[in-house]
Ligand binder design. Sequence first.
Ligand SMILES: [Zn+2]
Length: 406
Amino acid sequence: MKTDDSSRLQNLNKTIKAASQTNLYKDKNLKILSRLEDLSTLPFTTKQDLRENYPFGGLATDMQNVIEVHTSSGTTGKAVVSYLTKKDILEGNKAISKAWKTFGINKDSRLMFIMSYGLFSGAAINTYAIQHLGAFVLPAGIQPIMKQINLMIDYQIDTIVATPGFLLYLSDSLEKNNIPREKLNLKRAIAAGEIYSNQTRAKIEELLDIEVFDHYGLCEVNTGIAYECEYHNGLHILDDYVIAEIINPKTGGTLKLGELGELVLTSLKKEASPIIRYRTGDITKIIPGKCKCGRQSYRIDRIHGRINDTMFIRGIKVNPYELRDFILNIVGNNLKSSDIIFKIKKNDIKYTPQVYISVKDDKILPKLQKDIKDTTKVPFNINSVEPNFFGREDNNKVKLVQYVED
Ligand SMILES: [Zn+2]
């Protein structure tokens, strides 16, 4: 038993007690636990549960105590909301600033946040945590790329926070506009919001001559949950703030250390929006053993994918992240943009799935089409598009898998 387990259990029971008062949990028969291990006896919370309880069903305090609200970026149906009291923001700052400290941020750091503010929780919540360390934050949000580059130069920004796709786009844009890398004072980037491989990370690090850290979070629990240390060997969980479990997504059973499954999170210090066993839909594992850095916290592996992103095409299962890396490997330096989009149609065997890609020379496309068919057994149709097709300047994220409606 870890030494801090008793305070975690205490906070877990506080969370259970607070949650039981809400509409979201009042019929779920939550019980106070005598051991942390018994958490697996409590019911799950799904995104659907949260949506059905919009707007106030999950709120565990009076509106009078709430000072901020965020919603998840869901574009269809009812949003998922997360409320914050003053105490929630302070506890969040304490927890999440640990991650930023580990990335090397201190009061001399100059950060630029290239993610949208507004209802999206990631930018605001992390900005507060960074400012808690006394660092400078430039809340750039979404702007045309030349404006972003000029801000980076004018303020000699050393750290940027963006999606990995944006970082590749930044590198392309510097090259296209003949802006020497030396004009920027960049040392590191925190790349989050999109799932990316170590291979993509290495590419970004080489192109921009920076260190890239992964950071994991989600609006439903908090947009700071786990972070990489200097060893980049999994993400350290903020253990005194959340409890992480890995379950078999089909049976709901808890998996052992090291087994790949769905990440489930329980909050320990959220006052306004406590959450119990939230099914994130993200696929990862808990890494056994301790990290070389000496931190005692549990670590999760980098996110492997999302359960709902697996493409089922004509009865064949295709992992879009693996297919993306496979394509990027084949196309190599022939790319004009690092973005790729797959378009598929659910339950329609007549529809030919599409790949959208931007290459310098179309001659590679027939070979690419054949290689994809050989490896996936699915005949994808390849579309050659211009980089602006992906709309990087207008969007936080580009959705890798897009479903075509009838
Ligand atoms: Zn470590």
